[in-house]
Design a protein around this ligand. Structure first.
Ligand code: ANZ
Ligand code: ZN
Length: 873
């Protein structure tokens, strides 16, 4: 009998259309079933989807389809993170309007995503650059302004004088603007901020309530928030050395236990004491100016050489009025952290040690490492930062650092200095408020006005949205909104006088901080419909790249807290489960200094080695390392090409099958071909078996037929295992099970004919139907074609997950690895009591063994019951 090959090019569009027409994936909030919200991080509309998207969306789609089959009311939406610089760059380079560029890209990428057969609710689609969306974002902004969660303050920024814009720290490379290459300046600008620090404690503490997040992401967030408990400690200044009017300096320290090891005080260049001291000191003024030229970021300071300037001021040790320590201005102290002043204890802090060695300051150890001799111990060029026993420290001697911390805190809290306690406990956070002002066009306008008489005035709600003007020019650098002829002119909603619009737009991270909430009621007049938001949120499973582990997730966590305060939803956390997928990587190819794309490469086997030949030149080229697919190394494979030649199911199957989803997957042509062969094999199995089952009884019981029971057990076990694997996001394991089941069924079905016992035919029919439903989340199109071929009703995408008969799961079979010439090629599952002869026979029926033998008899067949089978060909 001949069967036609499965043709994804006709089948896939057909099923996509059928799903769309049946509105299968359009979700109603009040539909039956427990809610399940699965979301993949929405894409930036760069123009085309890449393999990373394919992997991300395939992962989420398996979960969505599986949960739907399990009876959940599944929300699986898609949209576009559509504001941002690339659209403006395109406008500058290609003279195309950012909106046109963005929406054309969205159209192209939507078509691509649809060709993947994703079970998305497209009726909820939006782009963050839609007026409808940013209108609601402006409403949120005004609410946050009301609640004191948005405010303006002066802050230091990296200013690119050529592009005339503020740059993020990451956009400053070696002190130069990433695009312009110009020397970046530090400027003070009035900027808008969100008060994320209001929630610092909760954002850190609530991480413990997120067990379904990767531990490493929680750790990264915790470090980013950087909670530290310490003391605000006031030091008196020696009057004779202090600038006029200055009598004390307050430091923030987390190590008051090391106070007897203090050897200097250092303050930031912008600290008021430094400013005062510099008034009559040009050298200090010059030093301060030099400090300001280093970047603002903590990383920049970390890398810079530690430098200080002795001010001549002396501070009095809190525990000894005779003991004086010198005060320095130092480039490594950040004005924005703590108090902008520290005391240095060189023996127990590496930075302080480097500084002390450079300026010849004392290094007195006060924490003795375990098992060290107090007389002999000294610190060389490495500070001792671990735990030990306090010594050289008067009343603290013999205590642990924690005990000493307490003792110092208690004593200094009770000590008076100029009429107030000398120390106070303080919790400090590394987290800073979130600066959201961007001097860009393609972003959400901040809806406020500047009025000459009223100052900063929020735009009236009824005047929203503040729409971006369409007529803009990108001829000159800087913010096009600033130089627009009329857009800025507005009327003050408070006094009716002339006002001008704020021209800053919001950081695009704002757009992505609440989109998951908008999806729950995408057309609501208010930013959310609180009922829908509370019904759907939190997102049960969020899936995306680890590159968003910190900012995007933290900002979203802040947003649900802010939105709760404004009454838009009532929710602790936005994402209950988080999964960060690995990258898609590929070999690189090099022709001299030129990178060669995989499509221009073919391979030859020469002397047992694999050689790469450049197709266009016929010349051998170098095979490089396996790296993340990137345009710069040209090691990219276009999803369109793969879907065009093999179909979406093959692409989905391959990205899901090859490695655990949190690891990188290596894209290989051979792997894709293997996936495609499997698609065809499944199709053959279904279409060759279906006709034999036409008269099979519809209910399978197994009965007394052993073979029927074996078939049923295999199917039920596989489905149970696949379900568990999908729940745990172990897709590669689920796929391995399907492979095994197909091997078993192929062997069993080959022996079937219309005259086989009815029980066996019924078991086969049941197994086939279960197999089709088990692959449906991963290969939804092939599954539909197969569903139709076996004569089932309706769409498999709407069919329930097969019910597993637990009595068939008991473990009286064993699975043995099967090797061919010593290399594992597959598995064999046999009844636990199977003897050597049974196992031999079953091995020889495995189709990969049949293929390897190619009609010959094996040289040897080694069976170790319960352990392994080896076929020597
Ligand atoms: C004395 C000391 C002794 C310190 C010692 C450390 C080790 P975390 O944990 O990150 O909060 N520090 C405080 N403010 C600073 C600023 N504005 N710029 C640079 N450094 C600053 O770090 C707190 C510690 O970092 C503080 O404790 C202070 O140095 C320093 F053996 O005080 B410590
Ligand atoms: Zn006014």
């Amino acid at each position: 009998m001949t069967t036609e090959r499965y043709n994804p090019r006709t089948a896939e569009p057909k099923w996509q259309k059928a799903w769309a027409e049946a509105k299968l994936f359009e979700t109603q909030t009040d539909a039956a079933g427990e809610k399940y919200y699965v979301l993949e991080m929405f894409p930036y509309p760069s123009g085309r989807i890449h393999m990373g998207h394919v992997r991300n969306y395939a992962l989420g789609d398996v979960v969505a389809r599986y949960k739907r089959a399990k009876g959940f009311n599944v929300l699986h939406p898609m949209g576009w993170d559509a504001f941002g610089m690339p659209a403006e760059n395109a406008a500058m380079q290609n003279k195309v309007h950012p909106a046109k560029w963005t929406y054309e890209n969205i159209d192209a990428m939507r078509t691509q995503l649809k060709s993947m057969g994703l079970s998305l609710d497209w009726s909820r689609e939006f782009a963050t650059c839609d007026v409808d969306y940013y209108h609601r974002q402006q409403m949120l902004f005004l609410d946050m302004l009301d609640k004191g969660l948005a405010y303006r303050k002066k802050s230091k920024v990296n200013w690119d004088p050529v592009d005339m814009t503020v740059l993020a720290n990451e956009q400053v490379i070696d002190g130069k603007g990433w695009r312009s290459g110009a020397d970046v300046e530090q400027r003070e600008l009035v900027q808008w901020f969100f008060k994320i620090t209001d929630f610092a404690d909760d954002l850190a503490a609530a991480l413990d309530a997120l067990p379904n997040w990767p531990e490493k992401v929680r750790l990264m967030q915790r470090n980013w928030i950087g909670k530290s408990e310490g003391l605000m400690l006031r030091w008196a200044l020696e009057t004779a050395t202090a600038p006029e009017g200055q009598r004390e300096v307050t430091v923030f320290t987390t190590r008051p236990d090391t106070l007897f090891g203090a050897s200097f005080i250092a303050v930031a260049a912008d600290h008021p004491l430094a400013q005062k001291a510099a008034e009559n000191n040009p050298d200090l003024q010059a030093f301060i100016a030099e400090c300001r030229r280093t970047g603002t970021s903590a990383e920049a300071l970390e890398k810079a050489e530690k430098k200080g300037f002795a001010t001549g001021i002396e501070a009095v040790h809190p525990f000894d009025p005779e003991w004086r320590v010198p005060v320095y201005v130092a480039n490594f102290v950040l004005m924005e952290y703590g108090t902008g002043a520290v005391f240095g204890c060189p023996a127990h802090d590496q930075r302080d040690l480097d500084f002390a060695r450079k300026y010849g300051l004392p290094v007195k150890p006060v924490v003795l490492p375990p098992h060290e001799d107090p007389v002999a111990f000294s610190v060389g060029n490495e500070a001792f930062t671990d735990d030990g026993t306090i010594y050289n420290s008067g009343f603290l001697d013999g205590k642990t650092p924690d005990e000493a911390f307490e003792a110092v805190a208690e004593r200094l809290e009770a000590t008076d200095l100029f009429g107030a306690p000398q120390a106070e406990r303080r919790v400090n956070y590394r987290l800073r408020d979130w600066g959201i002002s961007r001097q860009r066009y393609w972003g959400c306008p901040i809806p406020v006005l500047h009025c000459e008489s009223c100052g900063v005035v929020p735009e009236a709600r009824e005047n929203l949205p503040v729409k971006l003007p369409d007529d803009i020019d990108f001829e000159k650098p800087g913010n096009p909104l600033d130089r627009h002829a009329t857009w800025r002119k507005a009327i003050c909603p408070r006094c009716g006088g002339d006002a001008s619009r704020e021209t800053d737009t919001m950081d695009t991270f704002v757009d992505s901080s609440w989109y998951f909430a908008r999806f729950t009621a995408p057309r609501a007049d208010e930013p959310t419909d609180p009922q829908a938001a509370n019904a759907w949120l939190p997102v049960d499973q969020y899936i995306g790249g680890i590159e968003h582990a910190i900012l995007h997730l933290l900002y979203s966590r802040f947003f649900v807290r802010a939105m709760r305060k404004c009454g838009h939803l009532d929710l602790d956390e936005p994402f209950k489960g988080l999964f960060t997928q690995g990258m898609v990587v590929h070999e690189t190819y090099r022709d001299g200094r030129e990178w060669v794309p995989p499509v221009d490469v073919r391979f030859e086997e020469a002397e047992g080695a694999r050689r790469a030949i450049r197709i266009s030149s016929g010349q051998p080229i170098e095979i490089g390392g396996i790296e993340k697919m990137s345009k710069s190394k040209k090691n990219v494979v276009d999803p369109d090409d793969i879907i065009g030649s093999y179909g979406a199911d093959t692409a989905r199957w391959f990205v899901l099958s090859d490695s655990p989803p949190d690891r990188d997957v290596i894209w290989t042509e051979a792997g894709v071909e293997g996936a495609h062969r499997f698609v065809q094999r499944l199709w053959r199995l279904v279409t060759e078996t279906a006709p034999k089952l036409r008269d099979a009884p519809s209910s399978a019981s197994g009965g007394e037929d052993d073979e029927a029971l074996t078939i049923r057990k295999a199917a039920h076990r596989t489905v149970a295992g696949v379900g568990e694997d999908i729940e745990r996001l172990g897709f590669n394991k689920a796929i391995a099970r399907v492979h095994e089941l197909v091997n078993q069924l192929a062997a069993a079905f080959a022996k079937l004919d219309a005259g086989s016992p009815p029980a066996r035919l019924a078991a086969a029919r049941e197994a086939l139907s279960m197999l089709v439903r088990a692959i449906a989340p991963m290969m939804p199109h092939l599954a539909e074609s197969a569903w139709e071929a076996i004569g089932e009703d309706g769409l498999v995408a709407a069919a329930p997950w097969p019910t597993v008969d637990d009595t068939l799961l008991s473990d009286d079979t064993v699975t043995l690895p099967v090797q061919i010439n010593g290399k594992k090629r597959g598995d064999l599952t046999v009844p636990a009591e199977a003897g050597k002869a049974d196992i031999e026979q079953a091995t020889l029926a495995l189709d990969f063994v049949v293929a390897a033998l190619d009609g010959k008899t094996p040289k040897r067949l080694v069976v170790v019951p319960g352990r392994i089978v080896n076929v020597v060909v």
